[in-house]
Ligand binder design. Structure first.
Ligand code: SAM
Length: 258
């Protein structure tokens, strides 16, 4: 279980993330990936180029740009931090055709519109209150049609307990299926040994969920969720880098408070 809670109001959340993106370069953000390889592979595995994709809390990630280069033209990046989105836009080379940017707090949004694919890397795991997690899952369920997919990446159960100075909740497939409830079925689980920009290891789990009709035979309401796919792959150099259970490294990240 996560100990402590993150910022409770929208304004406090925005202040937290803005202060990080205003003061820290990519090289100081533990979560940063120059190549979002696994996200890209999972997205292209369950979607087509004409699909509407939303990157939830996309920050300054190069993912939207990689998708645009691959032919996706209907991607929206949502983030609470305007500075993060400003960086993302600059990285994509200015107002890039096929990528739209939306500033907003996903916990305060009534609606996002309709998307075929929801991608979230390292946002859901910050939700340490059951009420916030319910709000998140309700929004995802309203956003995706039956048959649509959500790809959610969180710290694994042996991953760090905090990130950017905030407590996180870590997941395996069973725990995630419990949170997402009967409107989603976990179809695939993949592990990633993420390396921070300073080369510390952070174990992530990526879950591919399908939006299903609650109560249908194919849904995720089974008492025992379908077992995860192949065991998490262990990246090259496993065992090197910082131990999990901390923020995963010797360098402070984000606000710098562990
Ligand atoms: C750990 S970062 C991950 C960024 C990106 N997904 C990646 O993998 O590089 C978390 C991101 O979620 C955004 N975020 C946090 N809480 C949010 C919220 N309630 N609504 C929208 N975005 C949020 C932050 O601004 C930040 O960009």
């Amino acid at each position: 279980m996560a100990s402590g809670t993150g910022p409770r109001s929208s304004a406090a959340r925005r202040r937290h993330w803005e202060s990080i993106y205003r003061t820290q370069g990519e090289e100081s953000l533990s979560w940063h990936q120059e190549e979002p390889t696994l996200s890209f592979r999972l997205i292209t595995g369950v979607s087509t180029k004409s699909d509407r994709v939303v990157d939830i809390g996309g920050g300054s990630s190069p993912l939207a740009e990689r998708l645009r280069r691959a032919g996706y033209r209907r991607t929206v990046v949502l983030d609470i931090s305007p500075s993060a989105l400003g960086r993302n836009r600059t990285r994509a080379g200015g107002p890039a055709t096929g990528i739209r940017y939306r500033t907003g707090d996903l916990l305060a949004l009534g609606s996002l519109g309709r998307f075929d694919l929801w991608h979230d890397r390292a946002v859901f795991h910050f939700l340490t209150s059951a009420e916030d997690r319910k709000r998140y899952v309700d929004l995802a369920a309203r956003t995706l049609p039956v048959g649509g997919h959500a790809i959610v990446a969180t710290f694994s159960q042996n991953g760090p307990e905090r990130c950017s100075g905030l407590p996180v909740q870590r997941y395996d497939a069973r725990g995630l299926a419990r949170e997402f409830g009967p409107r989603f079925a976990v179809r695939t689980t993949r592990g990633e040994r993420h390396r921070t920009p300073w080369n510390a290891v952070q174990p992530f789990s990526y879950f591919v969920l399908e939006r299903v009709r609650a109560g249908s035979a194919r849904d995720g309401s089974r008492a025992t969720p379908r077992p995860p796919g192949p065991a998490p792959s262990i990246g090259r150099g496993a065992g090197r880098g910082a131990a999990a259970g901390s923020e995963g490294g010797r360098r402070p990240i984000g606000t710098g408070s562990a």
